[in-house]
Ligand binder design. Sequence first.
Ligand SMILES: Nc1ncnc2c1ncn2[C@@H]1O[C@H](COP(=O)(O)OP(=O)(O)OP(=O)(O)O)[C@@H](O)[C@H]1O
Length: 322
Amino acid sequence: MTDSALLAAALATLPDAARVAPPRISGDGVASVILDVSGMDAQQRDALEAEVRRLLLAVAGVREVRVVQTAEKPERRLIAVGSGKGGVGKSTLSANLAIALHRLGFRVGLVDADVYGPSQPRLMAAEGEKPTAQDKQLNPIPTRWGVPMLSMGQLVAPEKALAWRGPMASGALGQLVDARWGETDTLVVDLPPGTGDVQLSMIQKHRPMGAVIVSTPQDLALIDAARAIDLFNTAGIPIIGIVENMAGYACPHCGEISDPFGSGGAEAEAARLGIPFLGRVPLDIAIRRASDAGEPPAARDDAGAEPFLRIAEQVAAAIRSR
Ligand SMILES: Nc1ncnc2c1ncn2[C@@H]1O[C@H](COP(=O)(O)OP(=O)(O)OP(=O)(O)O)[C@@H](O)[C@H]1O
């Protein structure tokens, strides 16, 4: 006859013994044990389970071992990046913000929820890669920038996306957010422009910690940005701040600075609305070229990364103050 005390003694030698709940054994020699695998990667989990099985099967009277793995759901904050209208650089900002936050020490993942114009696979040099799934949960795709990602563009062919109705897009958003993000503590979510179903689903179901709004300096973009801000405000999601993108164009030939979309509009709007202004990203052909080449400027060790790092520092401060 084998009792539970014998099993516990066999497992006491494990370095991870604290993760093993007291095992039980049935009269017919089936040992049951629960392992707490919180924070472990798949390899560590498998190794622990194999070791527990080996030790228990070595105990006289044990003919079978049943193992259940449990893990605490890690606390993961979502940062939604939105804009009132398309083409203002929301995707560019999301990718570079994610990388800059990673450089500041956060464990960051990137979700591209823009079903109608997913651009993260290109920006992050992951075009053509398809995520695999495990137990119906998607595995994020690692990128060379240390920020794993998932994109609507990896779930649906571009020509089919246009036919997607709101509920389908919202369902897909759930799959991206609830994927196997493991140790990731912060998800940067690149939303579609505007205030449609995906944004509502994001707000209602996934409750982001806060939102970053991207706008160009011009009036029309700002009116739309104010609408996006209003949506988050109404739902009680804090606005972390506004970023002004495509501000101040430096001519690559003569160096003269011009302001094709005006200047300072987003900062003035932020002041008017009483929300933080997070910074300005210049209209710079180097940003467009690097983005098209899948080499986000925020990953560089030169001045090109600076605007994104400054913005990320403010977002990091907002995260830490919560
Ligand atoms: N600061 C910048 N300087 C130069 N080009 C930029 C800058 N920001 C973005 N771009 C370029 O502008 C274009 C639109 O940017 P992006 O795709 O990030 O915008 P978006 O708001 O996400 O658009 P959409 O709503 O279509 O997804 C891209 O070609 C991008 O490389």
